[in-house]
Design a binder for this molecule. Structure first.
Ligand code: ZN
Length: 871
């Protein structure tokens, strides 16, 4: 799945014991499901007929499985004349049904027959109703624990079985499921037809998929695997970029993996309402429209990258997740960390000018940010309830999982790592695996102590800080040594302990490649790092390490002249973000960070300037006074205006993707943190023209469009607001629609903020987008207090939309932009009265971020003021 989420600890102790123990018994296990659904789109309901072939391990009168919101009509167990009627007992809290028969079932195979009815709900989970262009669709989203809403099931990942699906639907509609269509026959009745799908391979229940409606598809193929990109009829032709990407990605994976794509066909479907970004159902990947569909002629680099990246993630899941599945949700990183790590490979192979290495370094930074809080969690963490499971889909599972894999891959070598990956996949194909299985496989393929390294990163929380000191040479200047010390890095004043086995890889002056990696196992170790006498070293070669690095001031000074020319963009990003984090942790003064920024006047990596832009915006919004804010803006302009003059506002036709991305980053940086009047004026003119105002319409350069729209809206008036709201309604492509919708949240005028917020109560903002829309206002300093009042006042109307999976954590984390004690207290009080069980850990992290910000403001605001005054 692709969606940012966050985990639950506090509530656990308050729940009754039965909720904690809500795992199914293992006496009865499923082998095969025959599932037939008669779908009634008009009345938002369905009738289900189910036969489950099961194996009984010891004689029992009872079968316990999962069911929720299902109305049972009849249950029988057994074959032919021996079939017995079963009594059904429901446990709503544990989402189980218990079938009990008079005569105990014998050991061995038997069958469970169920007739039932269910609802197509409006909660974007289970089997649900989606609406687009005046008609209804039925779609599934089962991960993590919602297959049980569509059919009674052994709804845990370790109960793998095969599934044969049949759908009876209206005559004008089509259906998509995991298998290929094996028959499509008219009836029953004149207005219906019945579509039968081939049985699936053995897989977990959460991977079953069904979609019903008037979908239309673009068709292609790769390595003889048919690939279709499907959407509602009006958007069919927006699937072209996705089809090209999917074909390239499948070819790449078929070369990388020893096991070729095993599921016969691949359908990828965009649906009008979808809670996550996308879902990796076996051979039937489902999506929200904005993440899959775009206009070939006008898509930005960012959008083309996003489409390829999410596709590569979901397609990687066909191996990591669908073929080999974690035994329980406590190892969800075996799905999500692996898909996130793998997804970058086909992108880097096909698009050299996308600078994927910088994106990888950025992903690592995202994980390090969350993992530097005391309220973080280990990658492997206990989870029991559906709310706990959903909240485990967070940056720790995705980005930390991926970062740790990259570190180990770099340490053992990519070919060796690939051999270990393939051995792991082959050993567990169509079965389940746990973390230990993985690190044993890599230890075996590499002969290196991976089974000692990985548990220190997977089973304990937090980030190692590597302090580098005492670089010195021997008397003959033929070799050098350096001292590394490790401790746990946390933001704020708190201390926390931890000890890792860290592969520290070194680059720099005279560092020979073969001596570059060192396994740091002790709190403090001195190692030999170079064959000559280097003047400087950089202790995170390739930025593959999952740690923060701190150098002594003299070592940093020696490195400074080499940063621009000799470190890679990914390494520069890690150095800048480490310096930012050391300031946030109170270890360094803000002025050493600003000194590094001053040296970035020639930086050409868009990914770096985006991060720096966000950091400078933070300094602007939280660490300055009214008078020093203007000085900071002038400083930002003085550093980055030369870059703006170099790239210019108007691109030439032959420019590369990275040049276009660079311009967008500079416009964003100068327009926001720099408050640059020229950039703002150009952005306003360009946006007004593109919306048909002023001197005739002219389309925005696609890659510049987001930056221009955001900067113009931040300084926009009522006329621009009206034009953007209108443009949102008539936007033909999901990309345009998302961009305009996001811009509506950026205005500063209180009257426009209020009008924007009101839209959240209208159908114009879909449930799937509501949390993100509100988060836009909460991240806008001028709108924040009004937005929070609005959320609290309108909670009864907003709550259903904010409790869909992922929306709860999106909203809660956006409150981390508060930086004062009163707002913190208000946040605590509000959620005490309006609990969000799926965002419990996220709330802890949000409060910790607010505390950190308050402390930082006190300690660094005077330093910023002094530094700016002295320039
Ligand atoms: Zn995923």
């Amino acid at each position: 799945m692709r969606a940012p989420f966050g985990l639950l600890t506090v509530l656990v102790s308050l729940l009754p014991a039965s909720v904690l123990a809500q795992r199914l018994p293992t006496i009865v296990t499923p082998e095969h499901y025959d599932l037939a659904f008669a779908v009634d789109l008009a009345h938002a309901r369905f009738e289900g007929t189910e036969t489950i072939r099961v194996t009984v391990a010891e004689p029992t009168p009872r079968i316990v499985l999962n069911a929720a919101e299902i109305q049972f009509d009849e249950v029988t167990i057994g074959r032919g004349a021996a079939a017995q009627h079963a009594a059904v007992a429901l446990d709503a809290a544990n989402q189980t049904a218990t079938f009990t028969v008079p005569k105990p079932l014998d050991r061995g195979p038997t069958e469970v027959h169920v007739r039932y009815t269910g609802v197509l709900n409006d909660e974007l989970r289970g089997f649900y109703l989606s609406k687009g262009r005046g008609r209804n669709y039925a779609v599934t989203q089962f991960e993590s624990t919602d297959a049980r809403r569509a059919f009674p099931s052994f709804d845990e990942p370790a109960f793998k079985a095969t599934y044969a699906v049949t759908l009876t639907i209206d005559r004008g509609d089509t259906a998509i499921s995991n298998g290929k269509v094996v028959s499509d026959t008219p009836g029953p009745g004149a207005t219906r037809h019945t579509v039968k799908f081939a049985p699936t391979p053995r897989m977990s229940a959460y991977l079953v998929a069904m979609a019903v409606g008037d979908f239309q598809c673009l068709e292609g193929a790769s390595d003889n695997i048919p690939i279709r990109i499907c959407a509602t009829p009006d958007k069919k032709n927006l699937g072209r970029i996705a089809l090209d990407s999917a074909q390239q990605i499948l070819r790449f994976y078929n070369q990388y993996f020893a096991t070729k794509y095993p599921f016969g066909k691949l359908d990828v479907l965009a649906v009008p309402d979808f809670a996550a970004g996308a879902m990796e159902n076996t051979a039937a990947i489902f999506y929200r429209e904005a993440d899959l569909l775009a206009d070939t002629k006008s898509a930005s680099v960012e959008t083309r990258k996003n489409i390829a990246s999410i596709l590569a993630h979901e397609m990687a899941h066909q191996w990591f997740g669908d073929l080999v599945t974690m035994a329980w949700w406590d190892d969800i990183w075996l799905n999500e960390g692996f898909a996130t790590w793998m997804a970058n490979k086909p992108l880097a192979a096909a698009h050299a000018d996308w600078n994927v290495a910088v994106d990888e370094s950025g992903e690592t930074q995202k994980a390090l940010g969350v993992d530097s809080l005391r309220s973080t969690r280990p990658i492997h963490a206990d989870v029991s309830t559906p709310a706990q499971i959903d909240e485990a889909f967070d940056a720790i599972a995705y980005e930390k999982g991926a970062a740790v894999l990259r570190m180990v891959e770099h340490y053992v070598g990519s070919e060796t790592f690939r051999k270990g990956i393939n051995a792991y996949l082959e050993a567990h194909a169509y079965k389940n695996a746990a973390s230990e299985d993985f690190w044993k496989a890599i230890s075996a393929s590499s002969g290196k102590p991976v089974e000692r390294i990985l548990p220190t990163f997977v089973n304990q929380p937090g980030v190692p800080l590597i302090e580098v000191s005492d670089l010195s040479c021997n008397a003959g200047r033929t070799e050098a040594q350096v001292t590394f010390a490790q401790s746990r890095f946390v933001l704020g004043a708190a201390q926390a302990s931890g000890r890792w086995q860290v592969p520290v890889c070194v680059t720099g002056d005279r560092v020979a490649a073969e001596t570059s990696c060192h396994l740091l196992t002790e709190p403090r170790q001195t190692v030999r790092v170079a064959s000559g006498c280097p003047s400087w070293i950089f202790a995170n070669a390739g930025a593959f390490g999952y740690y923060r690095t701190a150098y002594t001031p003299s070592m940093l000074a020696e490195m400074a002249p080499h940063i621009e020319g000799e470190l890679t963009p990914a390494e520069r990003l890690s150095l800048i973000d480490d310096e930012w984090a050391l300031m946030r942790a109170g270890r360094h003064d803000v002025t050493s960070y600003l000194t590094i920024v001053t040296g970035l006047a020639k930086e050409h990596a868009a990914g770096i300037l985006e991060d720096v832009g966000a950091q400078l915006r933070f300094v602007h919004d939280y660490l300055t006074t009214a008078s020093s804010a203007a000085k900071l803006e002038a400083y930002v302009r003085s550093v980055f205006q030369p870059l703006m003059r170099e790239v210019g506002f108007t691109p030439s036709a032959s420019e590369s993707d990275d040049r276009r991305a660079l311009r967008a980053a500079v416009v964003q940086l100068l327009g926001n943190a720099g408050n640059d009047p020229d950039v703002i004026a150009q952005a306003r003119t360009a946006l007004a023209r593109s919306l048909g105002r002023g001197t005739g319409p002219a389309a925005l350069e696609p890659t510049l469009a987001s930056a221009v729209t955001a900067v113009a809206a931040s300084h926009g008036d009522a006329a621009l607001f009206d034009a953007l709201v209108e443009a949102t309604q008539r936007a033909a492509s999901p990309e345009d629609r998302s961009r305009y919708q996001a811009a509506v949240t950026r205005f500063q005028d209180p009257a426009l903020v209020d009008r924007g917020l009101q839209l959240a109560l209208t159908p114009q903002i879909r449930s799937q987008d509501t949390a993100l829309f509100l988060a836009g206002f909460l991240n806008n300093p001028a709108a924040r207090p009004r937005a929070w009042s609005f959320v609290k006042d309108r909670w009864p109307q907003l709550e259903p939309k904010l409790k869909i999976v992922g929306a709860d954590t999106t909203l809660t984390s956006s409150l981390g932009s508060f930086c004062d004690a009163a707002s913190r207290a208000d946040t605590v009080a509000f959620f005490a009265g309006h609990p969000m069980p799926g965002a419990t850990r996220t709330l802890e992290q949000t409060l910790e971020r607010i505390d950190n910000c308050i402390a930082l403001r006190e300690s660094q605001m005077p330093a910023v003021e002094r530094w700016l005054a002295s320039r």
